[in-house]
Design a protein around this ligand. Structure first.
Ligand SMILES: *Cc1c(COP(=O)(O)O)cnc(C)c1O
Length: 476
């Protein structure tokens, strides 16, 4: 302590720790952490005094210090990665963790994490097995592929296929498909890192059969098609149909590889949703390998799936990079549980959260908005006007980019416009994000919009339960 400081008005550490309220805090965080925290709070108060705070707090007593120390420990104990309410209206939100797993998949993950498993062990023969075996059969059954393998994500799947089949050779792609997916996945960059030479053909809006024909030669390793999953080229456009591209590639004795991106495993039209190509259809069109994500429309864990010809999948699996990009047992457990749900399409929309959220009827979302409006209006009384309004959700994660799903939201408009609408909106957004289960919405047209599509009835009590804290935060 600074010797020039007059007799300290601060309590001693041992006095703070002797308070009866210190007992439960010690129990929860441990004596060492609590003592450290108390010291830190005292040091901070001491600095403030030394800095010449002319009116030092009158209430810097032992109880105040202990309460502050407890709060600091609580904040530090909160996990960094935790659940939020996704009310952005984007169902597969990459920044918010994409697809949600149903209880059966979560249970399957918990079981293999807490216990030894037959991850790479053939229980029948009592010898080493292959981790892909747990899902390959299901993937073959669902897509009609001869073989399948799984890696960390679809970016890894594309990279691995290119590196395996196209190293130091040319890969022919249409200029209309040199896609960039958010978060630094760009076909030309992946291709360069995979050691392939990109041979672009055609133009942004039109690519013809003859463009491919002219490019194919002895240096060509494969023909690639990338699904333009996060944009659509409209107007004067032309592309070569998959069966034609496949025939062209096969005529030159080279494979045709399709990066499908999202790759729904079912025909979404059957559920009244916009159509999205499936891996099964793409294989039927003549693709030799198809890659797609596990956590987009498939509705599973983060993973990259490669399905297609047995000999090519075998080559992909022999690439040492397969070992670099392999998935853990938690991914396989979740993926297997999810793929099993596809065996019963009649109940898929009820059991698979992604499909359930995407097919949730507008009227159902609107009823939820009407149910929740009074509680939110009460919590924000005098701060914001809360109304039910129509809105459009989107699929997200580069799936079905131009299609919108009619939905309903709660709009939160600042009550006092003269105070600066932007500031009031920002404070409200911040307060919602600071809740124990942070609420993430979207600002548009001078209001904060909470699209309720992804707030399922089972989660409503948790949502309403924390609104009291919102009122307190905004009042303070
Ligand atoms: C999403 C996407 C990827 C990347 O997949 P991740 O699973 O995010 O790694 C690659 N290609 C296309 C066409 C995509 O839509």
């Amino acid at each position: 302590m600074c010797p020039a400081t007059p007799a300290s008005p601060l309590p001693a550490v041992h006095r703070v720790l002797a308070l009866p309220e210190a007992g439960p805090l010690t129990e929860r965080f441990g004596r060492t952490a609590l003592t450290e925290s108390v010291r830190a709070i005292l040091a901070q108060a001491r600095r403030q005094l030394a800095d010449g705070a002319e009116h030092p707090r009158q209430d810097v007593d032992a109880a105040w210090v202990l309460a502050r120390a407890g709060k600091a420990l609580e904040a530090a104990a909160r996990p960094s990665l935790r659940p939020v309410f996704n009310l952005t209206g984007t169902v597969l939100h990459t920044n918010l963790g994409r697809a949600l797993l149903p209880a059966e998949a979560v249970e399957a993950v918990a079981a293999v994490l807490a216990h030894p498993s037959n991850l790479e062990y053939d229980l029948e023969r009592g010898r080493r097995g292959d981790r892909d075996d747990h899902v390959e059969g299901l993937l073959r059954e669902i897509t009609g592929a001869e073989a399948a393998t799984v890696v960390n994500n679809n970016a890894a799947a594309v990279f691995l296929c290119l590196n395996t089949l196209g190293l130091r050779r040319e890969v022919v792609v249409s200029r209309g498909e040199l896609v960039e997916i958010g978060g630094s996945f760009r076909i030309p960059d992946i291709m360069a890192r995979a050691g392939c030479r990109l041979r672009e053909v055609g133009t942004t809006n039109r690519t013809h059969r003859r463009d491919f024909e002219e490019a194919l030669g002895p240096r060509t390793a494969l023909v690639m098609k990338a699904h333009t999953s996060n944009y659509e080229v409209q107007g004067f456009t032309s592309s070569v149909p998959e069966p034609e591209l496949a025939a062209l590639a096969h005529g030159h004795g080279i494979p045709f590889v399709v990066d499908l991106g999202s790759g729904s495993l079912v025909h979404l039209e059957d559920w009244g949703l916009p159509a999205e190509p499936t891996p099964g259809d793409t294989l039927a069109h003549g693709a030799d390998l198809v890659t797609f994500s596990g956590d987009k429309l498939l509705g599973g864990p983060q993973a990259g799936l490669v399905v297609g010809r047995r000999d090519l999948v075998a080559r992909v699996k022999k690439n040492p990079l397969k070992r670099v990009l392999r998935v853990g047992k938690e991914t396989l457990a979740a993926l297997e549980a999810i793929l099993r749900l596809y065996r019963d399409p009649d109940r898929l929309a009820e059991r698979l959260p992604t499909l359930r959220l995407l097919t949730r009827p507008e009227a159902d979302v609107r009823r939820a908005a009407e149910r929740l409006r009074p509680a939110l209006a009460r919590a924000l009384e005098g701060i914001a006007v809360v109304e039910v309004a129509p809105c459009s959700s989107q699929v997200g994660s580069g799936s079905l980019p131009v299609d919108r799903l009619p939905s309903a939201c709660l709009t939160l408009s600042p009550a006092h416009r003269r105070q600066g609408e932007g500031t009031a909106l920002k404070r409200m957004e911040q307060a919602l994000r600071a809740l124990p289960v942070p609420v993430v919405g979207r600002v548009a047209d001078g209001a904060l919009r909470l699209d309720l599509r992804c707030l399922e009835p089972a989660d409503e009590p948790a949502f309403i339960g924390q609104l009291g804290q919102l009122a307190r935060a905004l009042a303070g």
